[in-house]
Ligand binder design. Structure first.
Ligand SMILES: C[S@@+](CC[C@H](N)C(=O)[O-])C[C@H]1O[C@@H](n2cnc3c(N)ncnc32)[C@H](O)[C@@H]1O
Length: 397
């Protein structure tokens, strides 16, 4: 596999579980490389020769290294290229500049690399981005991405998958997969057709976007299983012990002031019940006022890159600590920033080794990353079965 926009390597982390070997990884961020190296380089069987610190737009350099790595590993053609390209311009925070923005348009650098790989381009590609890609610039960016892959010969599938089905973190993401040999993807006898009904993986908005484009190859939306039920067990994933960096009482009180009436009532109800409870929150500016917005559904909010205090997630824990006296039922409520280890856990990478990296770098790396078990699920149901059938067909020729 080739891992483009590799970041801290969580796509690789997911795929190596089923035996994929990464022969090329690319990113332009040296801090992400340091994290990747601490994690993957600590395995004595791994040499990080395959990691290329380079702007994907320097296509000659990228293609040269991909081919050199493939040759030295005696790989005729890599089987898979993954690209979780920057989502910065696909979200409100990035002003929805979409592909006219400098960062998200790096997708086209990736596509150019595939084109230049010619006969040696992989028979399978997997794109990952935020769901905003469906609607960026009135849907034109989704059409542009799909058309570009089709131009390269890929038939397409597309679905939305939320990390909450695997870990207690809400992280809906859009996936687009491209197949050079569609006959090995669809189940035997199935014909390429758009599904008539919506499903958990393909909600109405996604099907509308799919219907709005007609790639020169075609859509092959395979019947995928429903993902498992959401994991609402956040309290099992958050550390409650005294060694955590719990805030002093004044800081907790200041944040309590930021709660809306309804959120304050819900916190009080939980404190009254005296059962241990955990929730997460973000600080947000609403109508000029700083607010603390809490999620009470047992699922953490989407981890994000902490640019400024508002994007870093806050943990609230209560119910069991501290002596509560009558009239002081909020005593015992604790708050703190979510820790780097909890970020790693909520991305399904509890044992990730980041060496000596600064906390801010670790939070940034995980905030930008994919959720490991979500990618492993896609591997199990999409990537490996297709590659297996492709390999079987080649063997039988
Ligand atoms: C959404 S993150 C991908 C995270 C990755 N999948 C992971 O699990 O850590 C996008 C990555 O693209 C990288 N990037 C942005 N522009 C790039 C470019 N022009 N060339 C190469 N990498 C780029 C960023 O440094 C960032 O790590």
């Amino acid at each position: 596999m080739l891992e483009f926009f590799a970041g801290i390597g969580l796509v690789h982390e997911a795929l190596r579980q089923s035996g994929w070997q990464c022969i090329y990884a690319n990113d332009l961020d040296p801090y992400k490389r340091a994290l990747y190296e601490a994690n993957f380089g600590s395995d004595p069987s791994e040499s990080l020769d395959y990691w290329h610190l380079e702007d994907v737009w320097n296509t000659a350099s990228v293609v040269g290294r991909v081919l050199a790595n493939a040759d030295s590993d005696q790989v005729a053609a890599p089987l898979l290229a993954t690209a979780s390209f920057p989502c910065t311009d696909m979200s409100l925070a990035g002003n929805m500049k979409g592909f006219s923005g400098r960062e998200s348009s790096a997708f086209f650098g990736f596509a150019e690399v595939l084109e230049q790989l010619g006969e040696r381009k992989p028979p399978l590609v997997l794109l990952e981005n935020v769901v905003g890609l469906l609607t960026a610039r009135g849907g034109r960016d989704f059409v542009a991405a799909v058309d570009r892959l089709a131009e390269l010969g890929y038939w397409l599938d597309c679905w939305r998958l939320d990390a909450k089905h695997f870990v207690p973190q809400s992280r809906p993401r859009l996936f687009i997969a491209g197949f050079l040999h569609p006959e090995h993807y669809l189940p035997e006898g199935a014909r390429p057709a758009l599904p008539a009904a919506t499903s958990a993986l393909r909600p109405a908005r996604l099907l509308e976007a799919v219907q709005a484009c007609s790639p020169s190859t075609g859509w092959i939306l395979a019947p995928l299983p429903d993902p498992p039920a959401p994991k609402t067990c956040l309290s099992d994933w958050i550390d409650r012990d005294d060694r955590q960096d719990w805030w002093p009482a004044e800081q907790v009180a200041r944040h309590m002031e930021m709660l809306s009436d309804s959120h304050r009532q819900q916190v009080e109800q939980r404190q009254d019940s005296r059962e241990p409870w955990v929730a997460t929150a973000f600080r947000r500016i609403r109508e000029g006022q700083q607010r603390l917005e809490v999620r009470f559904d047992g699922i953490a909010g989407c981890l994000r890159t902490p640019k400024g205090g508002s994007a870093r997630q806050i943990v609230l824990a209560g119910g069991s600590q501290g002596q509560r006296m009558q009239g002081q039922h909020m005593q015992g409520l604790r708050m703190r920033w979510m820790s780097p280890r909890e970020y790693a856990r909520l991305q399904g990478a509890s044992d990730y080794n980041w060496g000596e990296a600064a906390d801010s770098r670790v939070l940034f790396g995980f905030g930008d990353a994919v959720c490991v078990p979500a990618i492993a699920w896609i591997d199990r149901h999409v990537l490996t079965p297709y590659i297996q059938r492709l390999a079987d067909s080649r063997l039988s020729v």
